[in-house]
Design a protein around this ligand. Structure first.
Ligand code: ASP
Length: 319
């Protein structure tokens, strides 16, 4: 492997421009295999080490990064704060310094605090990838969502994408609005007033509180989980009430454009924000495709960062 570039990180979508995004997509497309045979790519990152440092629960993202790294031949260490020295009171920065001293090439972090990934990136010499920091950003989720859409529709330009539910607590919504608008989609945010952030229009998206109105003509309906772990106090009267007005079922899906596709970053709460009838509807649901595309997209991110091909953060570092 080439010498890794220090200080190249993926912390937020704003770190990337359309040229870099399209380059990443092209690399990821090369990793997507539809048949049973998968080429052996283990030489690509042989000798590299990736550390997964997840302070919040994860199924898809953590295993996806692990699989992506292993498919490229990298070694993977999964650090679990619950069973590591974090449980004994070690701070994020002390943990980071310890891990950094072991010389990893890539550090993937998920943390409940917005800005945790940025903070870490200033303390370590390896590349840092933000796998979700509080309600701030989840850039690889947005990238895999956009690539899934590009493959399903051929282009993102002009697509009408409705992101629905708990917008205010969602890093997925935030990263997706930035990325999809940058790539030319029209993004709408739909949710009850208590779950729509003030000033969301400034993100470049239109805000709706009525599903029927917001879904009109939408080509894509992206549902979000109610992030109860980030809620202090009551934001909705009850999950049942929430489903009645904002849960996606066949009736509400019919308000969108004919053939509209359904997405969800997972984990789903069936019967709360989405009904099984639409989540599992093969002709409309892209949910499993999102997961599959996620591995290829993360392979592309890891390879680009480890090889220094991804010129991110140049704006951030003032270069
Ligand atoms: N998995 C996504 C995230 O980590 C969405 C969710 O948790 O609801 O933000």
């Amino acid at each position: 492997m080439d010498a890794p570039h220090p200080r190249r990180h993926l912390l937020a979508i704003g770190d990337l421009d359309p040229v870099q995004i399209n380059r990443l997509f092209a690399r990821a497309e090369g990793f997507i295999t539809d048949g049973d045979t998968r080429p052996d790519l283990r030489g690509r990152l042989a000798g590299a080490t990736l550390v997964n440092l997840f302070y919040e629960n994860s199924t898809r993202t953590q295993s996806s990064f692990e699989l992506a790294a292993r498919r490229l031949g990298a070694d993977v260490i999964n650090m679990s704060p619950r069973t590591s020295s974090v449980a004994k009171g070690e701070t994020l920065l002390d943990t980071a310094a310890t891990l950094n001293a072991m010389g990893p090439d890539l550090l993937v972090i998920r943390h409940s605090a917005s800005g945790a990934a940025l903070l870490l990136s200033r303390k370590v010499t390896c590349s840092v990838i933000n796998a979700g920091d509080g309600r701030h950003e989840h850039p690889t989720q947005a990238l895999l969502d956009a690539l899934t859409l590009r493959r399903a529709f051929g282009t993102i330009e002009g697509l009408r994408v409705a992101i629905c539910g708990d917008i205010i607590h969602s890093r997925v919504a935030r990263s997706n609005v930035v990325l999809l608008t940058l790539l030319g989609a029209e993004v709408r945010l739909i949710g009850p007033p208590t779950l729509a952030p003030k000033g969301a229009e400034d993100w470049g998206a239109r805000v709706f509180h009525d599903m029927r109105e917001g879904l009109k003509g939408a080509n894509v309906v992206m549902m979000l989980r109610l992030q109860s772990e980030r809620m202090e106090g009551a934001f909705i009267p009850s999950p049942r009430e929430f489903f009645r007005f904002y849960g996606l079922d066949a009736e509400k899906l019919a308000w969108a454009a004919p053939g509209a596709k359904v997405m969800h970053p997972g984990p789903m709460n069936r019967g709360v924000e989405i009904e099984s009838g639409v989540a599992d509807l093969e002709s409309r649901s892209l949910i499993e495709t999102q997961v599959r595309t996620g591995v290829a997209l993360r392979m592309a991110v890891l390879e680009d960062l480890a090889r220094g091909d991804l010129d991110v953060n140049l704006k951030r570092e003032g270069r």
